[in-house]
Design a protein around this ligand. Structure first.
Ligand SMILES: [Cu+2]
Length: 186
């Protein structure tokens, strides 16, 4: 009788013991799966827009520095530059593109007040040797950089002209339709 009871309880324990791990195992599995490793991947990235844009015009009271860029998209980084008269102007032109000067050359040419910039550009279309500035129009130029290709830069210095509005442009054929702007001196 005692032995039978013992066997019975052993069988009971065995069956219990057999059932327990089965019910525990999936629980532990389910708990372990979603918790680690999968969350970091789809973290939302809150783009903070770095905008580490250099100032285009920096005036220290004596020298005004103009940081002009020109791109393969045939664009300057500004079409309006405002400065004060009496300053020495240091203009840095940087071609931030990659295309060669023969295909996407850029320069900066500042024209005397009242110059017809379209006529100026048209006159120079065939004057490749002089950066597309016609001899007949030379006297309209207040200041100019070299014609440069992708990755190159040129810096020039000139005295700020008298208060007024002045056109500037890129003289590479066709560019001045877009690559033009106003220098406003006050
Ligand atoms: Cu250009």
């Amino acid at each position: 009788m005692k032995l039978f009871t013992m066997l019975l309880s052993l069988a009971f324990i065995a069956s219990c013991g057999g059932a327990e791990p089965e019910s525990k195992a999936p629980k532990a599995d389910a708990a372990a799966k979603p918790a680690p490793a999968e969350k970091p991947a789809p973290k939302p990235e809150p783009k903070p827009e770095p905008e580490v844009k250099a100032e285009i015009v920096v005036d220290d009271g004596t020298v005004v520095t103009i940081n002009l860029t020109a791109s393969d998209a045939m664009q300057y980084n500004t079409d309006k530059i405002e400065i004060k008269s009496g300053r020495t102007v240091k203009l840095n032109l940087q071609h931030v593109g990659k295309m060669p000067v023969d295909m996407m050359g850029h320069n900066f040419v500042l024209l005397a007040s009242g110059t017809d910039s379209a006529a100026f550009a048209a006159a120079g279309v065939t004057a490749k040797d002089t950066d597309y500035i016609a001899d007949s129009m030379k006297d309209k130029v207040i200041a100019k950089t070299k014609m440069i290709g992708g990755g190159a830069s040129d810096s020039i210095e000139f005295a700020a002209p008298a208060p007024g509005e002045y056109d500037f442009l890129c003289t590479f054929p066709g560019h001045s339709a877009i690559m033009k702007g106003k220098l406003i001196v006050s």
